[in-house]
Design a binder for this molecule. Structure first.
Ligand SMILES: [Zn+2]
Length: 208
């Protein structure tokens, strides 16, 4: 399988929303839903990609803001998320005690399970639970690519100062589940540029 990855970034939070496409079948997923959903919708249309699911690394508002627009564009495709944060998308329950309720209430939500493979058309996504920034944070492994959400960034890690964050759990998950993967694995984060596992092992000051 050869996959193509296109990144789109909103201007307000600098949050990345990815289109990941199987180049043979054109089956695709959108990973995270930032504040400018038109960008990833346009990218999918330009490639002729068939979006089979929307997959969320976690449910902070800047990663789910465009869900209604994505559903309008792609139809009632499943929204896949870790069970610990399902209520945020299904019932508009706030993820953070610090913020108010959301106007996000969507159906056809499905759970991502640690260690299992999530299938969307011809794409296979391996689910690694990497909590600590938020309880249901996941990293998705597709081919040689990792989509780490707000767990691991180029040169940094996610914030863990919210009431439901846990900095020690975050670092442990990154060390045990991500840094043990091959050095040439490409890391696509929730914010900022792509990096590799090898580079973060050598250069990330939070993991030294
Ligand atoms: Zn974020």
């Amino acid at each position: 399988m050869t996959i193509a990855v296109e990144v789109t970034t909103d201007r307000r939070f600098g949050t990345n929303s990815y289109l990941v496409e199987d180049e043979q079948t054109h089956d695709a997923v959108v990973i995270d839903s930032n504040l400018e959903p038109d960008l990833v919708i346009d990218a999918a249309r330009a490639r002729g990609a068939r979006v089979r699911a929307i997959v969320l690394t976690h449910t902070d508002i800047d990663h789910i803001a465009g869900l209604h627009e994505l559903r309008e564009a792609f139809g009632p495709v499943p929204i896949a998320i870790h069970a610990a944060e399902r209520d945020v998308v299904e019932q508009g329950k706030p993820l953070r005690r610090e913020f108010g309720p959301l106007a996000t209430q969507l159906d056809n939500v499905t759970s991502l399970i640690e260690g299992e493979t999530y299938r969307a058309g011809s794409l296979e996504l391996e689910v690694l639970h990497t909590p600590g920034h938020s309880p249901g944070g996941v990293t998705l492994k597709i081919d040689g690519c990792l989509f780490t959400g707000d767990a691991l960034f180029a040169g940094s890690v996610g914030r863990s100062d919210f009431a439901n964050s846990d900095g020690a759990v975050l670092l442990e998950g990154i060390r045990r589940k991500l840094l043990t993967l091959p050095d040439d694995m490409i890391v696509y984060s929730g914010h900022g540029p792509a990096t590799t596992i090898g580079r973060e092992k050598r250069m990330n000051p939070f993991l030294a």
